[in-house]
Design a protein around this ligand. Structure first.
Ligand code: G3H
Ligand code: 13P
Ligand code: ZN
Length: 309
């Protein structure tokens, strides 16, 4: 068992019409909760680390935690850098032993994004590491948004095809209406499935990635708020839309916010209901269990990745 690249994992998911969950991690309990879920569900998985998480947990701790997770469960794990902002951080993660990196050049011009991505692809591929890139701007679709506004933000299908061809990247994150965090849509949730279909037609067999794919389940928002939290009006991507996307060429789906919500809601509950508790193990254990249940639910009921190992 080992740290494995995402290349074969995502092609298998694409071919079999399901998506691999990419879950953000930054401490031991989150990693353990996700791994326990994957073991129970016999599901492939990606553990992803943002620059902020890398700074918080420190690279050496993260590597050892992931190695321990593999030893403990006997599962292969893809360890992925989420939103690498330049070549330097991507190369540092490749050198640390990550098996996959994302170069996020989505805020750059098309040509500059291509140049940065190519540089990372060259470095990573020589070392057996897969690369994800991003094209388009993540933003929710507001009810009144015009076609030209959509075209300006969302991924252009022809550009996506040209980008993949010219960079040799292994997967591409696209913008079709998802966005990061707990406040994704002002009106009704909507994704541009027509655009997704156009992109996959131009890129047959090529794995597409969706960021900003938390569903922000109402019960967890309510639980957080019930126990002293303040996250009013949070709204995410309905699970049916993610299930649909995972059958249409989306092979990797990124989830962070829902894990944060699950863990925080359960910890708030324990601390409120048992004010005498001050042993961190008591509430972190609840947090870990909440992560496990949330991830198992995603694998089984949303992504369709259960039983695929
Ligand atoms: O897409 C961003 C992820 O949710 C990571 O967030 O930068 O706060 O660790 P972070
Ligand atoms: P959410 O904020 O919807 O969980 O998205 C996470 C993400 O895209 C990480 O890259
Ligand atoms: Zn993201």
């Amino acid at each position: 068992m080992a740290i494995i690249s995402s290349k074969e994992m995502l092609i298998k998911a694409y071919n079999e019409k399901y998506a691999v969950g990419a879950f953000n991690v930054n401490n031991m309990e989150i990693i353990q909760g996700i791994m326990d879920a994957a073991l129970q569900e016999r599901s492939p998985l990606i553990l992803q680390v943002s620059a902020g998480a890398r700074k918080y947990a420190k690279p050496a701790y993260l590597m050892k935690l992931v190695e321990a997770a593999i030893e403990d469960t006997g599962l292969d794990v893809c360890l992925h850098l989420d939103h690498g902002e330049n070549f330097e951080i991507c190369a540092a993660c490749v050198d640390d032993g990550f098996s996959s990196v994302m170069i996020d050049g989505s805020s750059l011009s098309f040509e500059h994004n291509i140049a940065e991505t190519k540089k990372v692809v060259e470095y990573a591929h020589e070392r057996g590491v897969s690369v994800e890139a991003e094209l388009g701007t993540l933003a929710g679709i507001e009810d009144a948004v015009s076609v030209s506004e959509k075209d300006a933000k969302f991924t252009d299908p022809d550009q996506a095809a040209e980008f993949v061809e010219r960079t040799g990247v292994d997967s591409l994150a696209i913008a079709i209406g998802t966005s990061h965090g707990a406040y994704k849509f002002k009106g009704e949730p909507k994704l541009d499935f027509e655009r997704l279909e156009k992109i996959t037609k131009l890129l047959p067999g090529f794995p597409i990635v969706l960021h900003g794919s938390s569903s922000v389940p109402e019960e967890f928002v309510t639980l957080c708020n019930q126990y002293g939290g303040k996250i009013p009006g949070a709204k995410g991507v309905p699970e049916e839309m993610l299930a649909k996307a995972s059958k249409m060429g989306v092979a990797k789906i990124n989830i962070d916010t829902d894990l944060r919500l699950a863990m925080t809601a359960s910890i708030r509950k324990v601390l409120t209901e048992k004010p005498d508790v001050f042993d961190p193990r008591v509430y972190l254990k609840e947090g870990r269990e909440a992560i496990k249940n949330m991830v198992a639910h995603k694998m089984r009921d949303v992504l369709g990745s259960s039983g695929r190992l």
